[in-house]
Design a protein around this ligand. Structure first.
Ligand code: IVH
Length: 667
């Protein structure tokens, strides 16, 4: 083949692949098999590899994800990315209609769309090519995530036809469909990571990943709902979006024109029911005035357009049978009643268990075994039982007797005043409490012990190799390698991981001890405030409260912890074993350099990423916040700082420092 023939073949292949990609991911009407598609892609890949002069960043072969980034640069939005006003009832909606109709002195036409529950994105196209994708950020400036967006198959890299504006931004929502969400969460659980609470968090976490290859694996989707451009030829939003669809964008065909309030309410009611059959999450409906001139006439408030509003659905509920109740004992001894349900589909996932919270909640709703109960999924990962359909109860039903003894160790349960949950007070003898404390101790954010997971803790405890946290440090590889599922290699790794954990910083040890209310952040503050464990143990409540972020409740909990002989003894034993029980020298000398100073970081930097700068600020005792206020001490500014931010800083008289000036400050 001559070079020009090769170029032609490459162009033809790209066009063909883009078309099949579009048919599959946007239209859901594939014309060829996955195998045939992969063959085309392979052929193109090979041609590009052998003829690098014809390679292109917008080739469909680039969807698998480009090189890893060290951080995201920031970019300005040409048009601000606003949010929407919310309504929750028909009355709220009528108020919106009254308001707009009065202002327009007319009854406008509306478009209704689904309100996708994901992450907003603005994508720029120039001459039909995708050039940039920016997250919403603070509305005027966001993270440039172009490489990640390019991995989403339903986002066109190059546009179809020749009818599109020369330059425009199109906006939409990046979503994680339920199917990918479940796959990813199962993978995360297997790898020992916390699952994402909902598809929105999963989509947002994925977009912020620095490795586009991992993003490509996560199978995101993107629905488009808004064109931002100076040069839209059409007179209405509906037409503009229909047109955008013809350029290859995934503009959902659930978008509908509505002429009357009744039409709109019917649309809302339809989708409130039908949403359970959608492959992705929606949390309401968005209603927009269709005509652009009328939109202009209505204008914007500082945060939202006056020509659009969202109607939010109530959380999804399903009715199902409550078969039985089990009582779980947490690491603090708190008892959580859990409902075992007849499995149901709820907000895209199968639900078999749901939380019943505590005895009061059960009594409040008079929840009984064999009842038909309403289950709801809010923002959290664990669904909850929110009510009972008492009409479906038969005469033999009996009120529930809440347990009085610990289901694991039979100890009489106690109820502390002001606490909603029952507790098992047998801290040192109740297996799930001990195992829970060990699991917390080894976890990633605590001692981060490699080579040991929750299941291994269960095994080692049940077989009698560990009775408490300190026993971890005397495990002998030869003793445990005979255990099922362990073997030579795992046993060695475990012992090595345990040994390595002695290097973890003081703050991690404090967190790992499992003192109630001492989370990761509090542990850091505490470590810097007390400097070593002996001071902490001998501190009075007043001294503790003087430390930043330590209040009454935390101080009491710390004092209680060390007043308990067994816990104090365990702590001392861990010190003897060689765990870090004081701040390192360099941590001590550094901690006060930026004490009392608050920083806002903005722009792009040469020597450090924004995350690294934040770590430095915190390491030297300063505080990083995200928005500028009177309390801000410094704006740490890199390149490309947006004009709005600069104006605000100047108005408030806040000092602006460069990266080098900042580094000098902490030297
Ligand atoms: S229009 C100026 N349409 O909801 C108009 N937004 O709460 C801007 N959203 O930030 C938005 N589905 O992320 C619009 N069909 C839809 C939407 C939608 C979801 C999100 C969007 C926005 C947020 C506002």
């Amino acid at each position: 083949m001559t070079k020009s023939q090769i170029k032609e073949t490459i162009d033809r292949l790209r066009e063909n692949i883009n078309r099949h990609n579009y048919l599959y991911y946007v239209k859901s009407l594939p014309e060829i098999t996955d195998f045939e598609f992969d063959q085309l892609l392979k052929k193109l890949e090979e041609l590009e590899k052998n003829n690098p002069e014809f390679d292109s960043p917008l080739s469909p072969t680039k969807r698998v994800g480009n090189d890893i980034l060290s951080s995201f640069e920031q970019g300005d939005h040409r048009f601000p990315m606003l949010s929407l006003g919310n309504t929750y009832s028909e009355e709220d909606l009528d108020e919106f209609f009254d308001r707009t109709e009065k202002a327009l002195e007319a009854t406008p036409e509306y478009t209704c769309e689904l309100k996708f529950d994901g992450v907003a994105i603005s994508i720029t196209y120039e001459n039909g090519n995708l050039t940039k994708a920016i997250t919403r950020g603070d509305g005027s400036r966001g993270d440039i995530v172009t490489e990640n967006i390019k991995t989403i198959n339903s986002v066109p890299l190059t546009l179809m036809g020749n009818n599109y504006p020369e330059s425009f931004e199109i906006r939409g929502e990046v979503l994680m469909p339920f199917s990918s969400f479940e796959t990813i969460n199962n993978e995360r659980i297997q790898e020992g990571n916390d699952p994402f609470a909902n598809p929105r968090n999963a989509a947002s976490g994925t977009l912020k990943m620095l490795d586009p290859k991992v993003v490509a694996h996560r199978k995101l989707d993107c629905m488009l709902y808004y064109m931002a451009s100076d040069s839209i030829a059409e007179a209405t939003h509906f037409k503009a979006m229909t047109n955008a669809r013809s350029f290859g964008f995934k503009v959902p065909d659930t978008m509908q024109l509505c002429k009357t309030r009744e039409d709109i309410k019917a649309y809302i009611n339809h989708w409130d029911k039908e949403r359970e059959n959608l492959p992705y999450a929606i949390d309401g409906v968005v209603i927009k005035i269709n005509n652009f001139d009328q939109q202009k006439q209505l204008g914007f408030t500082s945060k939202t357009p006056r020509w659009a509003i969202s109607y939010k659905f109530k959380a999804e509920q399903e009715l199902t049978k409550l078969h039985s109740i089990t009582y779980q004992v947490g690491r603090t001894g708190a008892i959580t009643p859990v409902a075992n349900l007849e499995p149901i589909q709820l907000a895209g996932t199968t639900v078999k268990r749901a939380s019943l919270h505590n005895a009061d909640q059960i009594a409040l709703h008079d929840i009984r075994v064999n009842d038909m109960v309403y289950v709801e999924k809010g923002g959290e990962i664990i669904p909850k039982v929110v009510g009972v359909d008492k009409t479906k109860r038969d005469d033999s039903s009996e009120p529930l007797d809440y347990i009085t003894q610990c289901p694991e160790c039979n100890t009489e349960l106690v109820r502390i005043e002001g606490e909603a949950k029952h507790f098992c007070p047998n801290e040192t003898g109740c297996p799930p409490q001990i195992k829970g404390r060990i699991k917390h101790f080894i976890s990633r954010k605590a001692m981060n012990i490699d080579g040991i997971g929750e299941e291994t803790v269960e095994l080692l405890f049940d077989k009698g190799f560990i009775k408490d946290i300190t026993d971890l440090y005397s495990i002998n590889a030869d003793d445990i390698k005979v255990l099922e599922g362990l073997g030579d290699k795992s046993a060695d790794q475990l012992v090595k991981g345990v040994e390595e954990s002695k290097k973890m910083p003081f703050a991690s040890v404090l967190f790992a001890l499992g003192i109630r209310y001492v989370g990761e952040t509090v542990a850091k503050k505490l470590a810097h405030g007390v400097k070593d464990i002996d001071s902490l143990i001998s501190m009075s409540k007043e001294d503790l409260i003087d430390i930043d972020e330590i209040g009454d409740k935390i101080a009491d909990s710390i004092i209680d912890f060390f007043a308990n002989e067994a816990k104090k003894e365990m702590t001392m034993k861990l010190k003897e074993i060689g765990l870090n029980m004081k701040l390192d020298e360099d941590e001590i000398s550094n901690t006060d350099t930026l004490k009392g100073l608050t920083f806002v970081i903005t722009g792009t930097f040469e020597k450090h990423s924004r995350e690294e700068l934040q770590i430095l600020i915190e390491k030297y005792g300063g505080k990083k916040t995200s928005s500028i206020s009177k309390k801000t001490s410094y704006l740490l500014a890199g390149k490309n700082v947006g004009p709005a931010k600069m104006q605000k800083v100047e108005k408030l008289g806040i000092n602006i420092i460069s990266e080098d000036e900042f580094l000098n400050m902490i030297e």
